[in-house]
Design a protein around this ligand. Structure first.
Ligand code: GRG
Length: 303
């Protein structure tokens, strides 16, 4: 059973990687020409860095769980991955986490320079908007659905979500946060975009309100589980396994689930959230095969 689930996850992530990376490669080449020079090269470098594409896999699985079947959904998934890539480029800057390695490669500001990488981050946000608009047209979605998807994605990427969470995280460095505050940071900086991936996938399938709400609740739980697993990996993994420097949370004296609950306590909480995520789907009658396998992977992942 466990082997079947992990084979299913490998297939889902493999497909999400192939299709998202293919599209982002095309956009990277296009933007390199549009923007030109060293700035264009840096933009293409960031877009081509190979991530796990978990958000893309969640979005595609959510879309299919609610009956969607068009291959053009990959463009919507690529839009979410582009917002995520922007956040990684900025997160690695010297004014934030100051990291040299990301996805097994030099960070964008190390491969180029800080001001070029800063502009890359800002330039990626409208790229995500263009990807979303083009894909919604390919999917023949009504304008009102595009508006809902854009609202969801960019609200999750802004002060109500990712930017707000990162802001709180930076302010909290060297301060021990109590659990409710840590949950607010994690839900914002990491959970919001993951939740949006699930909701936007459902919106693209033109889901009814009840199954859409179940997808959002699923995304809320797996989003938090994802960051808890990240806390565990930062404390237990190697830089080689992670493709980024391990042990950074301790160096930056960040509050994490590992600090508050210990490694086993944090793992147990991530697994509880994965089960809770699937229960939301089951209660609403949303097929939970692929999304259930992804929830289990997210809570127990090793990279
Ligand atoms: C101006 C305050 C301010 C913020 C700007 C930088 C930023 C916005 C937000 C940071 C959000 C962030 C990087 C959160 C961490 C999320 C996380 C766990 C990333 C790692 O995701 P993976 O493991 O990475 O999916 P890959 O490389 O596989 O895509």
């Amino acid at each position: 059973m466990a082997e079947t689930a992990s084979a299913a996850v490998a297939d889902l992530l493999g497909e999400a990687r192939d299709r998202t990376d293919g599209l982002l490669g095309i956009w990277a080449a296009r933007l390199e020409g549009e923007v030109g020079g060293r700035q264009g090269q840096a933009l293409a470098y960031a877009l081509r860095t190979p991530g796990k594409r978990v958000r893309a896999a969640l979005l595609m699985a959510a879309y299919r769980a609610l009956g969607g079947s068009s291959p053009s959904i990959a463009g919507v998934a690529a839009a979410v991955e582009t917002v995520h890539t922007y956040s990684l480029v900025h997160d690695d800057l010297p004014c934030m986490d100051n990291d040299d390695l990301r996805r097994g490669r030099p960070t964008t500001h190390r491969a180029f320079d800080v001001s070029t990488a800063t502009r890359v981050g800002f330039l990626l946000v409208p790229v995500a908007a263009r990807l979303l608009a083009v894909s919604a047209a390919e999917l023949a979605l009504p304008t009102s659905t595009l508006a809902s998807m854009a609202g969801e994605l960019f609200e999750a990427g802004g002060i109500e979500g990712m930017v707000g969470g990162q802001w709180l995280d930076l302010e909290a460095e060297r301060r021990r946060l109590p659990l409710p505050e840590l949950i607010e940071v994690h839900r914002g900086k990491t959970g919001a975009l993951i939740r949006a991936a699930c909701t936007v996938g459902g919106m693209a399938a033109e889901a009814a309100p009840a199954p859409l709400a179940a997808l959002t609740a699923y995304g809320e739980d797996v989003g938090l589980a994802f960051q808890i697993a990240d806390d565990v990996l930062d404390a237990t993994g190697t830089s080689e396994e992670l493709g980024k420097p391990a042990g950074r949370d301790a160096q930056l004296a960040k509050s994490t689930y590992v600090v508050l609950l210990g490694i086993e306590g944090a793992r147990t909480e991530a697994q509880r959230l994965a089960r809770s995520a699937v229960a939301h789907l089951q209660r609403a009658g949303v097929p939970s095969g692929a999304l259930g396998a992804l929830a289990g992977y997210i809570a127990n992942r090793s990279s």
